[in-house]
Design a protein around this ligand. Structure first.
Ligand SMILES: NC(=O)c1ccc[n+]([C@@H]2O[C@H](COP(=O)([O-])OP(=O)(O)OC[C@H]3O[C@@H](n4cnc5c(N)ncnc54)[C@H](OP(=O)(O)O)[C@@H]3O)[C@@H](O)[C@H]2O)c1
Length: 293
């Protein structure tokens, strides 16, 4: 049986770990590289798996915020495991609204650099973990900012929006909210940095799929999933389910579909129900599928 090797970043916990576990459980022909910035966290996650899964899973030290770490991991994978069926850019953070650097370094540049270094080894698929926060963010932007983030002509166009955002964040913190809103990035509240970073991930997916048409590259939202990232959305005394959160295994469904199932669409954004969603408007799970570009 031909083996399909897959790399999942941030595979040591949360949705990433669920993707690893479900891949090993559902597809006997998979071999999974469990990317984790902490090798011991990866080893612990693998040690807790059934023996049959452990035999098809290996830890890979990988800090997506570090180009050197990505380069080293790519060299090791090229030597020992290439080619890979696919890559899941799952690693991510939800930073505070004043921590643009983490949002960009991990969520955006991490995804971009992973694609750059691993593309030569990939046979078929890339799945980029975006979020419903992306269309929610874009929806609130002024038309000229929407034009930079939705169906951009090139990644350079998105990078100019990133540069503009970095200029805003170079100001004194007290001046950031007003400058953010004046620049047309919408209201500065809640999860603005996270929403912006995920809008950039979606926009990157759109441009990258055009640049590298031999691969099937899509972005998705996993849904609202119970992980460390979403703990603060659960009120005291409330269960995760009561707060509307689904399980990590449920969050793994769409990324796995985009990674493993026979799809042909590339450069699209999928909602947590496995149907396409628009880039600039939130579509609730179960609502009619988006059919535009
Ligand atoms: N949970 C949700 O409802 C939800 C909704 C929409 C989108 N998402 C997206 O889904 C993905 C997974 O989120 P989650 O909910 O599973 O979050 P999580 O439980 O907080 O897990 C985040 C994962 O990313 C890893 N990570 C963070 N920074 C990293 C870095 N620099 N290098 C490598 N790995 C790094 C973490 O590793 P460490 O253990 O080393 O920190 C961890 O494995 C993220 O991209 C998130 O934005 C989640």
């Amino acid at each position: 049986m031909a083996v399909r090797r897959v790399l999942v970043t941030g595979g040591n916990r949360g949705i990433g770990l669920a993707i690893v576990q479900e891949l090993l459980k559902r597809y006997e022909d998979t071999y999974v590289l469990l990317g984790s910035r902490s090798l011991s966290a990866a080893e612990q996650a693998i040690a807790a798996m059934p023996a049959e899964h452990r035999a098809r899973c290996t830890p890979l030290q990988l800090d997506v915020a570090s180009e050197a770490s990505i380069r080293d991991a790519a060299a090791l994978v090229k030597e020992k495991f290439a080619p890979l069926h696919g890559l899941v850019n799952n690693a991510g953070v939800m930073p505070s609204d004043f921590d643009l650097k983490s949002g960009l370094d991990i969520n955006v540049r991490g995804t971009v650099l992973m694609c750059k270094y691993f593309e030569p080894m990939l046979l078929e698929r890339i799945v980029n973990m975006s979020s419903g926060s992306a269309p929610n963010f874009v929806q609130k932007c002024a038309p000229e900012k929407q034009a930079m983030l939705v169906r951009p002509e090139s990644w350079a166009q998105v990078e100019s929006a990133i540069q503009e955002m970095e200029n805003i964040y170079a100001l004194d913190h007290s001046k950031v909210p007003a400058a953010f809103e004046k620049a047309g990035f919408g209201s500065f509240a809640g999860i603005s940095v996270y929403g912006f970073s995920k809008a950039c991930v979606s926009a990157f997916t759109y441009t990258y799929a055009k640049e590298v048409p031999r691969l099937i590259t899509n972005a998705c939202s996993p849904g609202f999933i119970e992980t460390d990232m979403t703990q603060h959305f659960v009120s005291p005394g409330q269960s995760a389910k009561e707060a509307g959160l689904k399980t990590p295994a449920e969050g793994a469904e769409v990324p796995i579909m985009l990674l493993m199932e026979p799809i042909k669409t590339t450069g699209k954004y999928y909602g947590s129900d496995g149907k396409r969603s628009p880039w600039d408007k939130y579509r609730s799970p179960g609502a009619p599928e988006y059919t535009g570009e």
